[in-house]
Design a protein around this ligand. Structure first.
Ligand code: ZN
Length: 159
């Protein structure tokens, strides 16, 4: 099989998504090339639409090489959500999840309070065997409560 890294055909297809979009030559030291490959043009279009190609290139240049890939990923994530939700962007996702957590915590607190009231009301009359199912319910709820504890290191994990 014939392969050549410096063929004419190869040089035009080696342009990164950024240079292709901007219709310019992609040089060997192109700052965008490692993070915006030609096979994913939507990624660059999204970032270019929100931040502008020049700003993205400047931001990447300011960072150490080993942090650029992560920066490009976070720029894309920010841009993606800003395109999808023009008002709140990625903040909208965080706010929505915080509201869900808050609603679930409120529901849980209400349920626990109802159980406590029910137990307090029935405890003096209930026999040991009748109280057992309620105690089991409380144990199960305790487990569910742990499920909704907020982990700041992993805010999107609710399992
Ligand atoms: Zn390029």
């Amino acid at each position: 099989m014939f392969t050549s890294s410096n063929s004419v055909e190869g040089s035009s297809s080696r342009r990164c998504a950024g240079c292709k979009h901007l219709r310019r030559r992609c040089t060997e030291d192109c700052i965008l090339a490692p993070y915006f490959p030609a096979n994913n043009p939507e990624r660059f279009e999204c970032v270019h639409k929100i931040f502008g190609a020049g700003n993205v290139a400047r931001m990447l240049k300011m960072l150490p090489v080993d942090e650029r890939a992560q920066a490009a990923n976070s720029l894309f994530t920010e841009a993606y959500w800003r395109v999808k939700e023009p008002v709140y962007g990625s903040t909208g996702v965080v706010i929505r999840i915080q509201q869900e957590i808050s609603a679930i915590r409120c529901e849980l607190a209400k349920t626990l309070a109802q159980i406590s009231m029910y137990e307090a009301h029935n405890a003096p009359r209930a026999s040991a065997t009748a109280a057992t199912p309620l105690l089991q319910q409380l144990d199960t709820l305790g487990t569910q409560e742990n499920m909704f504890l907020f982990d700041p290191n992993n805010p999107f994990n609710f399992s």
